[in-house]
Write a protein that binds this ligand. Structure first.
Ligand SMILES: Nc1nc2c(c(=O)[nH]1)N[C@H]1C(S)=C(S)[C@@H](COP(=O)(O)O)O[C@H]1N2
Ligand SMILES: [Mo]
Length: 410
């Protein structure tokens, strides 16, 4: 079997073997050779650039235990896919395995099923059809650092997101092999870092049976043609296209089909959002119904200009960026060079599917010296567009606003 990496069986063997190569020993958080800092444009925004984490290049250190590593934003200007060694990292519990043996690893499928399964990586890779999807993995708290008033939680800039080509098997095919019993309502996912006594409840997440069986949710063993980096969930992770990555369980080793809606902490208490458009409320507003966070909304960003970028008068500059539609594709990206008074459609680059980043560009020639308020907004295929003013909620979730960059022509 050959795929677009021309890898076939050799690739599978390499992915399996990667499990044996991950013994870096000890605690990575103790290794610290920070070289530099980056200042995010919000309060307490100074971040160390660190290269101290295994299989990771330079990352912004948001927290070291459990690791929260942010992708430096310039990486998004390099290409539509985010390299594995620059892909952001987020864990809830500090008890993450520092080594996973791909050869002895098994995925359990149990609960309301006709047949319990215990599948090795080899079985998963060879017994089920291989599928691929380009999809954005975005933390629900991406850009939380920009929330004003400020809120508790990891203070991410805009780099708690990434786009990868995920390779794996359909969750539906695995569930069909097990045979979901009538009356099952949800499917619960757990990862390997469970089972350690801790003040924080084990991290588990749940999807409805219908969602789990929609054919789009996959169990991925490949990320941009490589095994998953350990910190991104080696050897298996759930990929839930269009949904916030809190559902994208890493080091997935346990799937339980359940008969009642999951009341666990991570579904019923954490990751709740106001049930309003863009999860938006007024600071201090109470009595708003909440629901578990779910689908993503469109966003767009500049990648080659930022506040303070200097442009040449009378010289054309190709302004570039990325956009994504959230739970559907990008219909258009609109660019403004006059603070949003007038908009022109940006050119959209190659389409890698509706869940992927989409690169865009727009030519801009400053005619006189001075400041220009550049703006960009995405409209998705359902006609949802980014709001002019930022949304707010106490969890710091789903930050969204038309993005700006004030540049200077001289
Ligand atoms: N096992 C496990 N999976 C997990 C988490 C976790 O803490 N443990 N965090 C989730 C959240 S909230 C995010 S944002 C993504 C981060 O994925 P990444 O580290 O590969 O970027 O993993 C998700 N899957
Ligand atoms: Mo997250």
């Amino acid at each position: 079997m050959d795929d677009k990496y021309g890898a076939g069986r050799r690739e599978l063997l390499r992915i399996l073997a990667a499990g044996g190569l991950l013994g870096f020993g000890g605690s990575w958080a103790q290794r610290s050779w920070a070289t530099n800092v980056v200042t995010q444009p919000f309060e307490n925004g100074v971040r160390e650039l660190t290269g101290a984490f295994p299989q990771k290049g330079e990352m912004l250190l948001v927290r070291s235990r459990p690791p929260l590593l942010e992708t430096p934003f310039t990486v998004f200007d390099d290409g539509v896919f985010t390299p594995n060694d620059r892909f952001f990292v987020r864990w809830h519990l500090s008890s993450i395995p520092t080594h996973v043996d791909g050869a002895s690893f098994h995925l359990m499928v149990r609960g309301m099923v006709e047949r319990e399964l215990s599948l090795s990586l080899r079985e998963i890779m060879s017994d089920f059809p291989r599928v691929e999807v380009a999809a954005v993995n975005q933390c629900a708290g991406n850009s939380r650092g920009f929330f004003n008033p400020r809120v508790a939680g990891g203070e991410w800039g805009n780099g708690a997101m990434g786009n990868a080509l995920w390779t794996g098997v359909r969750l539906k095919d695995i569930l069909d092999r097990a045979g979901v019993k009538a009356g099952a309502v949800q499917v619960r996912f757990n990862g390997l870092e469970s089972g350690v006594i801790s003040a924080t409840p084990d991290f588990v997440k749940t999807l409805s049976v219908d969602h789990a069986r929609d054919g789009e949710v996959i169990i991925a063993y490949g990320m941009n043609g490589q095994a998953l980096p350990l910190l991104n969930g080696f050897p298996l992770r759930l990929v839930v296209p269009g949904w916030y990555s809190t559902y994208w369980m890493k080091m997935l080793n346990d799937i339980e089909v359940i008969a009642r809606p999951d009341e666990n902490f991570w579904m019923a208490t954490a990751y709740q959002i106001p049930d309003t458009p863009h999860a938006n409320v007024r600071p201090g507003q109470s009595g708003v119904k909440t629901i578990p966070i779910n689908r993503m909304v469109p966003r767009s960003f500049f990648t080659n200009v930022d506040n303070g970028s200097v442009l040449q008068v009378a010289q054309q500059k190709m302004i570039r960026g990325i956009a994504f539609g959230g739970d559907t594709g990008v219909r258009k990206v609109l660019f403004s060079s006059d603070g949003g008074s007038s908009w022109v459609p940006a050119r959209l680059e190659r389409d890698f599917g509706k869940y992927s980043f989409r690169r865009w560009d727009a030519p801009f020639t400053p005619r006189r010296s001075g400041q220009y308020a550049l703006k960009v907004k995405a409209v998705n295929s359902d006609g949802i567009e980014q709001p002019e003013t930022p949304n707010w909620n106490s969890g710091g979730y789903m930050r969204n606003v038309v993005e700006s960059a004030t540049v200077v022509a001289g």
